[in-house]
Design a protein around this ligand. Structure first.
Ligand SMILES: [Zn+2]
Ligand SMILES: [Zn+2]
Length: 145
């Protein structure tokens, strides 16, 4: 399944005229296999052994290229540590307030809210953002001690 996603992602890059470098290939592969919504720094740390000349800035620039062609979403939380999510199907996130873990969950898209917002405000709505916050199972267990 992830092989298929990787191939599709590489096709998207080709179609949009983005050159596929070994680094870009490796970053994409990492994103597809990672379920953890990594930061640029996480990706850098896991690939630096393979690409000694690569910097965090390079990783970040490549992620920005992927974002521009719609392959990844950047999740910003008001600090420097944006997290990146390979775009598969639409999903929402539940975030642990204790350890920062982000977990995907599926729920029908809240299109009605967008329509209502557009209707009430006259905005041309592009997207919305909804996040659920709480404490993950692991953190909850630690607190119980
Ligand atoms: Zn947690
Ligand atoms: Zn996600």
């Amino acid at each position: 399944m992830s092989e298929h996603q990787l191939k599709e992602a590489l096709d998207t890059l080709k179609q949009t005229g983005v050159r596929i470098t070994p680094q870009r290939h490796a970053i994409l592969e990492y994103l597809i296999n990672s379920m953890t919504h990594p930061t640029a720094d996480d990706i850098y740390k896991s690939l630096e052994g393979k690409f000694p000349n690569m910097s965090v800035a390079t990783v970040y620039n490549n992620l920005r290229v992927f974002r521009e062609v719609g392959l990844v979403k950047e999740l910003t939380y008001g600090d420097a540590s944006s997290r990146f999510d390979f775009v598969t199907t639409e999903h929402y996130h539940v975030i642990c307030e204790s350890c920062g873990k982000i977990v995907d969950f599926h729920y029908p898209g809240l299109d009605e809210v967008e329509h209502l917002a557009a209707h009430v405000t006259g905005f041309k709505v592009s997207h919305h953002r909804m996040e659920i916050y709480g404490t993950c199972g692991d953190c909850e267990k630690k607190h119980a001690h």
